[in-house]
Design a protein around this ligand. Structure first.
Ligand SMILES: Cc1ncc(COP(=O)(O)O)c(C=O)c1O
Length: 228
């Protein structure tokens, strides 16, 4: 049987590339381990006892859309954290953000956009799943540089209008992996305005939003972040 070539043109995954780059190099001091990001800390103390108490539940399939208590807890957290109301019915629980980043493209990328092959904008450097999702839905992955020259975030507004017109989805990663750049309110407002003008979806990957060194005090909407 013919082999599917859908994923054969993907760039090599980051970790084998890193291994190749580092192979044969002797560290000059204590190495900082920057591999796959596997947890290196013990579980918080409360986790194992709570899992043990609920172990019988693990034998059951959870509801597709997520347990009502969990959806409510997520909705409450978004309210506390971001001061916006997102009802549980608009939340979907996932087995990690990767699952959502991939499946949202399958569910929401049209077969064509304005009569052309759809494009999916991917910041570069990027989390591999964005490119895999574009390949899976047979869209053009367009890699948009997110370098020092653009504040380490992609300059989607600088793309040709014809490309934006056939763009179905733009992935954004903020805080960005690997640069750590954070999209501020102005960046997001301009991106939303661009998405509305060219009718594309923004898939905002914020999986690192809760990792930070300094505390951020936020004024009510429109937020202006204040470092304290
Ligand atoms: C930018 C980015 N998005 C998403 C993920 C997926 O994370 P998870 O599926 O564990 O939530 C990762 C994990 O490395 C990542 O770096």
């Amino acid at each position: 049987m013919a082999q599917s070539e859908r994923f054969s043109n993907l760039p090599e995954y980051a970790f084998p590339r890193l291994r190749n780059l580092l192979s044969g190099l002797e560290p000059g001091g204590d190495p900082v381990v920057m591999t796959i990001g596997e947890p290196r800390h013990a579980l918080p103390d409360f986790v194992a006892p709570v899992m043990a108490q609920s172990i019988a539940e693990f034998g059951k399939y959870p509801p597709n859309e997520g347990a009502p208590e969990l959806l409510q807890a997520i909705s409450d957290w978004i309210g506390r954290r971001h001061a916006i109301a997102v009802p549980p019915a608009q939340i979907s629980t996932l087995n990690g953000s990767r699952e959502g980043l991939f499946n949202a493209a399958l569910a929401l990328c049209p077969q064509d956009k304005n009569g052309a092959r759809p494009a999916i904008l991917v910041p570069n450097p990027f989390y591999q799943v964005y490119a895999v999702a574009a390949a899976a839905v047979d869209a053009d992955a367009v890699f948009v540089p997110a370098t020092a020259a653009t504040g380490h975030l992609p300059d989607f507004a600088g793309l040709a209008p014809e490309l934006l017109d056939r763009t179905a989805i733009a992935y954004l990663c903020s805080p960005a992996n690997p640069q750590g750049a954070v999209a501020d309110v102005d960046y997001l407002e301009h991106l939303i305005e661009l998405a509305e003008r060219h009718d594309f979806l923004i898939f905002s990957d914020e999986c690192y939003s809760e990792i930070y060194r300094d505390t951020l005090r936020q004024a009510p909407w429109p937020w202006r972040a204040v470092w304290v």
